[in-house]
Design a protein around this ligand. Sequence first.
Ligand code: AMP
Length: 116
Amino acid sequence: MERCIFCMIARGELEARKVLENDDVIAFDDIAPQAPVHTLIIPKVHYQSMESNLPLGSLAALFTAAREVARIKDIADSGYRVIVNNGRDANQTVQHLHVHVMGGKHMSHGMVNFED
Ligand code: AMP
């Protein structure tokens, strides 16, 4: 996708603080971190969301990379959250499927913040 910012990062056209890269995915730090560690993982191929019928191998690559990111960022032992904001109600703002890996500080238990 020509104008997708995450595709641009995957193509190296937009700068990002890269954490890891392999044939399937690229991980980079979130530009507006909401936790001491906040890294995004994207498939290199453009899929809009979980509803885009991506192959199981791509899903596995995202979750395997989440574990690798946690190790690289030294939060594997202390714990971390893996989040996908999928679609409108979840407030997905970038329409290229991505996984958030967040950690580095103890979090509260609640995961859902409704707007009203
Ligand atoms: P979401 O709300 O799940 O769609 O999350 C999109 C995330 O992408 C947000 O946390 C943004 O801060 C992050 N983001 C947007 N543009 C960039 C960028 N150029 N580099 C790194 N992270 C970005």
